[in-house]
Write a protein of this length. Sequence first.
Length: 75
Amino acid sequence: MLIPNKLYTYKESVISKFPVILRILSRGDCSVSDLYQRVRGEVSGTSEYVEVLDCLYALHKIEYDDGEEVLRIVN
């Protein structure tokens, strides 16, 4: 996981992708694959995308609904 430090700027870090994903999910629930299609220009690949989702999930900012198979923002 890339975090800002002497070698990597904020823009290169996964933290900079948090607002992008949260902005999309604030409009409504979204499947994992649909969300990736919307943000693929912002992330460097699927591994970075999964890292961003992992971080947001660990921070309790998003959740995954098994029944509906969608991601949503935690209120």
